[in-house]
Design a protein around this ligand. Structure first.
Ligand SMILES: NC(=O)c1ccc[n+]([C@@H]2O[C@H](COP(=O)([O-])OP(=O)(O)OC[C@H]3O[C@@H](n4cnc5c(N)ncnc54)[C@H](O)[C@@H]3O)[C@@H](O)[C@H]2O)c1
Ligand SMILES: [Zn+2]
Length: 678
């Protein structure tokens, strides 16, 4: 009995772990592909993905066709028209080790059981594109999207100078799909970031994000000014000029397409490995970012024989270069205080060149990280960039340590307000408890309040700093009390900038309730939590009066969030803050529109969503269920009232549903149920 019980317990833990990983990976995919703003490094992302794949392999009963391991991360953006791909656009299986490259080579050899050649190409680190040429003319350009359909970005792609609008030469098929990568050269990227810094706009983490962000802009003229480039790496179609991928690329070059001259045909594993080590170093001299090498079986008929999975072809693999390292001197450690009071140590370094940019600072995370490294001022340290925003210190060259360097000890007091720092037993972070009067915390809260996803007020951190220093703002509510006279009196402030700022502040009074709720900066209340709270508590007084218990009864609102919300509204300072914002006319209740689309048609019903949909996204269906009073649950049980099922419903869910006799409803029926035209 006991054994069974612990087995069950383990299984439910595994299931929870799998679900958490899936949720995290979906979120990271969204940040990466749609927002072009990743929050973790590729290496970390790949590690999570591997963990999930491993668990799914071990526990096939938790199969889900929507798992991030089964699909290409989607870049689809509702501002564009979506177009179906004639041939799916897949991702690439990737590895960081030569061992797995040799495994790949041997697997191909075994499967084909005949002679084959491997084409080695650089893996250009941009965003993929499919160019459709009909009778030699560029008809359409589509992003990878979710692999099955992508965004039509033709107008933007037409502005890219090395993409010909008309192909030249002969042997051009009536229909050909040209696959390639859109890149932003290092030089353009650095210039763009310099401009953005001057304008107080958020910087792009790397050229890849800059390229994908640019391709999704709404104004082709702006795209043209960003000087993107294309690198072509594959042709698709029924009447390709050659049965060899390598030859097709040479012919495509003749048509005027930009194909990198760095590709090479290899016969042996040794040649392949040589290519890898040569380009691992040499790529640093290229004008564009590369993050690895792609190996492809050359013969198209052999490619067909090897086939593909739902996510990547079996005839290709990507070898990813390990993050580049640099050695430099640690000059000092300073501390940054965020809006929640969390204190982050920052290493100030002797400037050093790393992956094409000069690095002067690196993140040190927390006290434990510093201890582990055993850092001393003056140490020679290794910095790595692993595709992320801020480089990090990964090691110390202890052999070269000079005597007398002071050991780095974590600060005991807040660098800004002097308050002794606290550290929670179970957390690695230190924080400054003086939330009310600590300047960086105050400024940080105002910065959060004005961000695009919150109140969307056009004001940068430097201006906030200036207004704060001049005593004009002490919290975000003060923004609504700024006067034209105060602003124009400031140094170098033109009347137009003052007017623009005031107009932007005025406009923010129309921002809907859920975003205002997010702007308040309540701990743990992010964008989606704010939406959930807003639809459960239609106006702020209801929310303020809610007990922890009432809060946790809302789907996905846990104890921690509920406690934080409750604490916020029990604090007289925040109550006063909200009252002042109310007096300035901000939106503190759900709009008529949002209310009008609500009903209680699904009241008391628990709905499970499964499969892939055509008419709306999963998230939209989730929102609809909530809007109509229903509850969305992740797994089928005897409490499930019905399953909203799309295509490819998970077999485990299907089986369970049949066993329990749970109704299965398709999209159209569901939309009729909630009184929505499909
Ligand atoms: N950091 C994050 O939050 C985050 C989130 C999602 C994805 N990622 C990263 O993205 C990767 C997955 O992205 P992906 O699916 O786009 O795969 P990928 O970028 O690793 O590889 C596939 C892509 O490589 C490109 N490519 C470049 N040169 C090529 C060539 N010569 N031949 C063929 N293709 C070439 C193509 O656009 C293709 O779609 C992950 O490995 C991860 O590192 C990171
Ligand atoms: Zn402080």
């Amino acid at each position: 009995m006991e054994d069974l019980f612990s087995n069950d317990k383990m299984r439910s833990e595994v299931k929870a772990r799998i679900e958490t990983l899936r949720r995290q990976l979906h979120e990271h995919n969204y940040n990466y592909y749609v927002l072009s703003q990743p929050t973790i490094s590729d290496f970390e992302f790949d590690a999570l993905m591997r963990q999930l794949a491993e668990l799914e392999k071990q526990y096939p009963e938790f199969y889900d066709p929507n798992s991030p391991t089964m699909r290409v991360g989607s870049d689809i953006n509702k501002n564009f028209v979506q177009v179906q791909h004639r041939y799916p656009m897949l991702s690439l299986q990737n590895t960081y080790t030569e061992g797995e490259i040799s495994d790949f080579f041997n697997r191909v050899k075994r499967s084909l059981n005949e002679e084959f050649e491997i084409v080695c190409e650089l893996k250009f680190d941009g965003t993929s594109i499919s160019l459709i040429y009909e009778n030699g003319r560029l008809l359409r350009a589509i992003t990878r999207g979710d692999g099955k359909q992508g965004d039509d970005v033709t107008a933007n792609v037409r502005t890219i100078r090395n993409i010909p609008l008309v192909l030249k030469g002969d042997k051009i098929p009536a229909y050909v799909e040209v696959r390639g990568e859109i890149l932003m050269p290092w030089s353009v990227f650095e210039e763009l970031n310099r401009e953005r810094e001057a304008q107080e706009e958020p910087l792009f983490a790397n050229p890849r994000n800059a390229a994908s962000g640019t391709l999704k802009m709404q104004d082709p003229k702006a795209v043209a000014s960003r000087r993107l480039e294309s690198y072509i790496y594959y042709l698709m179609g029924e009447e390709l000029p050659s049965g060899s991928h390598f030859e097709n690329m040479e012919i495509a070059r003749g048509w005027g397409l930009h194909v990198s001259p760095t590709m090479k045909k290899c016969r042996s594993l040794e040649e392949v490995l040589q290519f890898l080590s040569f380009w691992e170093v040499e790529r640093k001299n290229l004008p564009v970012a590369t993050d690895g090498v792609v190996l492809k079986v050359d013969s198209l008929s052999q490619q067909r024989n090897l086939g593909s999975t739902s996510k990547f072809p079996r005839w290709a693999i990507a070898y990813k270069f390990n993050a580049e390292k640099a050695l430099t001197r640690l000059e000092s450690v300073t501390y940054q205080v965020g809006r929640t009071g969390a204190v982050t140590p920052v290493a100030n370094l002797e400037p050093v060149l790393l992956s094409g940019t000069t690095v002067k600072r690196a993140s040190l995370y927390n006290e434990d990280a510093i201890r582990t490294l055993d850092l001393h001022i003056g140490d020679m340290v290794y910095v790595e960039k692993g595709g992320e925003i801020i480089p990090k210190i990964t090691g110390v060259d202890k052999a070269s340590r000079a005597p007398g360097g002071e050991r780095v000890e974590f600060a005991t007091n807040c660098p800004d307000c002097g308050t002794p720092l606290l550290r929670n037993e179970d957390e690695a972070v230190h924080y400054c408890p003086n939330s009310e009067n600590c300047p960086p915390q105050i400024k940080g809260r105002i910065e959060h309040f004005v961000t695009r996803k919150a109140m969307n007020i056009t004001i940068g951190p430097e201006t906030i700093g200036l207004l704060y220093d001049k005593g004009l703002i002490r919290d975000a509510a003060d923004l609504y009390e700024l006067r034209f006279e105060d602003l124009v009196r400031l140094d170098r402030w033109a009347e137009t900038s003052a007017r623009n700022l005031l107009a932007s502040i005025e406009k923010s009074k129309k921002v809907p309730y859920e975003r205002v709720l997010f702007a308040l900066g309540i701990r743990f209340v992010g964008e989606t939590v704010a939406q959930k709270l807003a639809s459960a508590f239609h106006y702020i007084d209801l929310l303020a009066a809610a007990t922890v218990e009432q809060l946790t009864s809302v789907e996905e609102i846990g104890e921690r969030i509920a406690q934080s919300v409750s604490d916020f509204f029990r604090n007289p300072r925040s109550v006063e803050f909200v009252e002042r914002l109310k007096a300035h006319g901000l939106q503190f209740r759900l709009s008529e529109d949002a209310l009008a689309t609500r009903s209680d048609r699904l009241a008391g019903l628990t709905v499970v969503i499964s499969g892939t949909f055509e008419l709306h996204s999963r998230d939209e269906y989730k929102a609809m269920i909530l809007q109509h009073g229903g509850k969305n649950s992740g797994s089928v049980s005897k409490n499930t009232d019905f399953i909203l099922a799309g295509e490819n419903m998970g077999p485990a869910k299907l089986e369970k549903a049949e066993k329990l006799g749970v109704k299965i409803i398709d999209e159209k029926t569901f939309l009729t149920m909630i009184g929505k035209e499909s």
